[in-house]
Write a protein that binds this ligand. Structure first.
Ligand code: ANZ
Ligand code: ZN
Length: 825
């Protein structure tokens, strides 16, 4: 025992050691599929198994556990599962560094983290534990891939992708930071590669529409991030005609969000790397174009779209006809237009678009303003709103029209003339899911020289990831699986001829896009998930996790859910009904980092202050969404509070079940008010305020024992039991210990939420004055929060008041609750 523990008799670590095995045996949080109680599905984002738990895990699970435990107390059947997102980069990199197998590293870390979570006292249902790198799990990831493919939602295409020449692998857009590889810092280039994609674009509109019911239960910034990522824009396709060098013509369609500016389109730009550019370039410009293309291939999308980058380009030697005024405008190629967005070509309107302005200035091209800039404007392109100018031909005039009106007018005209049409466009691209890496879920496809792509038959799943013991797993541009001769060479399931397995593995985001469904029937060997179980438990009622997943993981999970809904396998379209993003634990105003040396080690905090004090500190620090600066909080203070609460339980002198009816009313009122307020605070996730209320209750109870009604009053027992129950949400060990000292059997985590007696919520009464014709005729003792209607009724029913009214007719009653009623007759 430490000195501090001795002073108070509460040994934190002994308490942990005592209850852990008891809970292990009681298994109080196992979700019963057949329970008649209403279900609640509480989910926290599952971790990567990299190292042991850190402060971030401690925070998110402590917050999440408040909700899960509260739901149990409120009588719900709660499913709160835990597992590991165990494929992926961290394990693979560590394995390469340490010359050890990714599986060894992964499963060792999982065991470490699992033990830590258990000790940390989170109310997980461990019977549902899963690991995405287990063949029992990824068999179904593969099955889902095949189902998506059957529906045309998984396909292979050749397209330019981000390529790190150093790591020899493709990178997701998110792994390219300022044009450099996030891992090694090498300059990222583009490579034409055949890769697997999920057709998430087909669900773009539904991904937008289905967000409406999430307003209010998801953080606003996450919804905004999703909307921006999907990037819906309304505009038009406008058909230009290009006059080629050989005298022929061909149509050139552009996508624009500003068809109202068409009269200001003074040139066109085709993406330099679009096939179209190579097709239309005039012979005398071909050499210049090809030289430019070489240059472009070395830049990334991010660089290409950066507005502060000086514009480069090359004239293609041809012109196009602007359909609105018949003008011949030059067609250029440049890298600021992307090949795979819109139609890969734009009409350039330098008067209204800054990038077009910069390009026009760089190459001395004409500029025509088609929107009247606001007075005093002296910038370049005017992107604001204003009336249209310089926009008329023989048939229509947009001049004077506001932007929206000008848009609809020109779209109608274009449609009428067959020059174009109104359209909707999305910035969202299909999800590139294949990776040239070892530690991932193998793609269940076989490539046959005769039959092409052949799906691995369902009864041959899983395609097990070979061990490749001792093999070099360093990225070499192709997956290490391609070199595993025994594994990669197979007979074609269709023709029986020699064929090869697809050697890529799936992005780990695929694994995590459906794990919340698997938890409903984690051991099902016949299906990815049991449809009935998902109907019972789904959707997730509360999801908790970091805002770093604001876009990808959530978007992909939403996409998966919608596809599975269309397959008739789930009966909801949104997987997560409510979402909470916790803040970040920082130290001394800065993100914790090794280089700053300001890291806070969870293990050290736990051994110094104990699990409960750390959990309490994290939950008490502020609203869940706020960052927590460890330098500003006091786990020592938390521990002192827990000790104070614990001492109460030893001071209670009334027996278990003592009739509280005659107990001290003052203390009982505090107790019942605390419970009542806690309900609203927990429902609105203001956990820190809830804890403040419990602290007040502890103080009130202490006062009642020491200088009030004394320890034998049953109101003291009621108060102390309430403290134990409320504390069980954040400090399970202390609460359990209190519960036992109060004479109860474990576990306090599964008792019923205390019932509030409304009579005890009434504050001491106030006196309401009743006037008739301006004269005081009565006084009423009423509750301070009485309603106007109740007060009026009480006033009119009062005998003295009725006497004063007599036979007169009541004309008007003015009520100022709770103090005054004025009756005019
Ligand atoms: C003319 C115009 C005038 C435009 C104006 C904008 C402002 P969002 O909202 O992102 O969909 N654009 C179209 N395709 C492009 C491509 N492949 N690469 C780069 N830029 C492209 O943006 C659509 C606008 O981005 C389109 O509207 C087009 O420029 C440009 F005052 O057309 B706009
Ligand atoms: Zn074949």
């Amino acid at each position: 025992m430490s000195e501090r523990d001795e002073q108070v008799g509460y040994d934190v670590h002994a308490t942990e050691a005592k209850w852990l095995p008891v809970w292990e045996k009681l298994d109080p949080f196992r979700a019963d599929d057949d329970s008649p109680r209403e279900k609640r599905y509480a989910l926290t984002m599952f971790p990567y198994p990299s190292g042991d738990l850190h402060m971030g895990h401690a925070e998110v699970t402590a917050l999440h556990d408040v909700i899960a435990r509260y739901w149990w107390l409120r009588g719900y059947e709660v499913m709160n599962p835990m597992g590991w997102d165990s494929f992926g980069l961290p394990a693979e990199n560590a394995a390469i560094r340490n010359n050890e197998h990714p599986a060894t590293y992964t499963y060792a870390n999982i065991e470490t983290q699992a033990a830590s979570f258990k000790k940390y006292g989170i109310s997980f249902d461990w019977s549902r534990r899963l690991h995405t790198s287990d063949p029992e799990y990824y068999r179904w990831t593969q099955w889902l891939f095949l189902k998506f493919r059957e529906r045309g939602l998984a396909y292979r295409k050749n397209s330019p992708v981000n390529w790190c020449p150093n790591d020899q692998t493709v990178l997701a857009n998110e792994q390219v930071v300022d044009g450099m590889c996030e891992r090694c810092g090498a300059e990222v280039t583009k490579r034409e590669l055949t890769q697997w994609y999920f057709k998430v674009t087909e669900y773009a509109q539904r991904l937008l529409d289905d967000m409406a019911p999430l307003e209010g239960t998801w953080p606003e910034r996450v919804l905004t991030a999703q909307k921006n990522w999907i990037g819906r824009s309304e505009g038009a396709h406008v058909d230009f005609v290009v006059h080629l060098a050989d005298g022929s013509t061909r149509p050139l369609t552009v996508y624009t969000t500003r068809p109202d500016t068409l009269f200001g389109a003074t040139f066109m730009v085709v993406a330099a790397d679009a096939a179209l550019a190579a097709e239309i370039v005039a012979p005398e410009q071909r050499a210049a174009y090809e030289a430019y293309l070489d240059e472009v291939r070395r830049a990334t999308d991010i660089e290409r779209l950066a507005s502060d980058r000086s514009k480069t380009g090359v004239f293609l030697g041809v012109t196009a006809t602007n359909p609105v005024n018949g003008e011949q405008i030059p067609v250029w190629a440049s890298d600021y237009v992307l090949a795979d967005y819109g139609t890969g070509a734009i009409m350039a309107v330098p008067g209204q678009d800054q990038r077009d302005w910069d390009f026009a200035k760089a190459f001395d091209l004409p500029i025509v303003r088609t929107v009247q800039p606001t007075e005093g404007f002296d910038g370049d392109a005017f992107t604001g709103a204003g009336p249209a100018i310089n926009s008329a031909n023989d048939e229509i005039s947009l001049n004077g029209l506001a932007v929206a009106e000008a848009k609809s007018t020109i779209i109608a005209w274009l449609q009428d003339k067959g020059f174009g049409s109104g359209t909707v466009n999305y910035r969202l691209r299909d999800w590139l899911l294949s990776r040239q890496r070892f530690w991932g879920c193998p793609i269940p496809i076989i490539h046959c020289p005769g039959c092409g792509e052949v799906a691995v038959p369902e009864d041959q799943l899983p395609v097990v990831l070979p061990e490749l013991k001792g093999a070099d797993l360093k990225p070499k541009g192709v997956s290490p699986l391609a070199a595993a001769e025994d594994w990669v060479n197979v007979d074609c399931p269709q023709c029986g001829g020699p064929a090869k397995r697809d050697s890529d593995t799936m992005d780990t985001f695929v694994d995590s896009s459906w794990y919340f469904l698997r938890y409903c029937s984690p051991n099902d060997e016949t299906a990815a998930f049991d449809v009935e179980s998902v109907r019972r438990w789904g959707p997730v009622d509360q999801y908790v996790g970091g805002v770093e997943h604001a876009v990808l993981h959530l978007l992909y999970s939403r996409f998966f859910t919608k596809v599975l809904h269309d397959m008739g396998l789930v009966d909801f379209v949104e997987p997560f009904t409510a979402l909470m993003n916790q803040g970040v634990v920082i130290n001394q105003g800065k993100k914790m980092s090794k280089s700053l040396g300001n890291g806070v080690n969870l293990g050290e905090q736990l051994s110094e202050f104990g699990v409960d004090a750390v959990r309490l500190t994290l939950v008490f620090a502020g609203p869940p969404e706020d960052n927590i600066d460890w330098a500003d909080v006091s786990p020592a203070g938390s521990l002192r509070f827990l000790q104070r609460a614990w001492r109460l339980s030893g001071d209670v002198a009334s027996p278990v079940g003592a009739d509280v009816a005659g107990g001290d009313v003052g203390l009982r009122k505090v107790t019942h008010k605390t419970i009542h307020e806690a309900e609203a605070l927990l429902d609105s996730h203001r956990f820190n305020v809830m804890i403040a209320k419990v602290m007040e209750l502890v103080n009130a109870t202490r006062k009642a024992i020491d200088s009030g009604c004394g320890p034998a009053d049953p109101a003291v027992r009621e108060a102390a039991e309430t403290v134990a129950i409320l504390l069980s949400l954040v400090a399970p060990y202390t609460a359990e210990e209190m519960w036992e000292r109060l004479g109860h059997e474990p576990t306090v985590a599964r008792v019923s939420w205390p019932v509030v007696d409304p009579a005890l919520l009434v504050e001491d009464s106030v006196t309401a004055v009743v006037q008739v014709q301006g004269k005081v005729r009565g006084r009423l003792e009423v509750s301070p929060d009485i309603s106007e209607a109740d007060l009026e009724a009480a006033a009119l029913a009062d005998e003295a008041v009725q006497r004063a009214i007599g036979d007169a007719v009541v004309k008007k009653v003015i009520v100022r609750a709770p103090k005054l009623v004025n009756i005019v007759v």
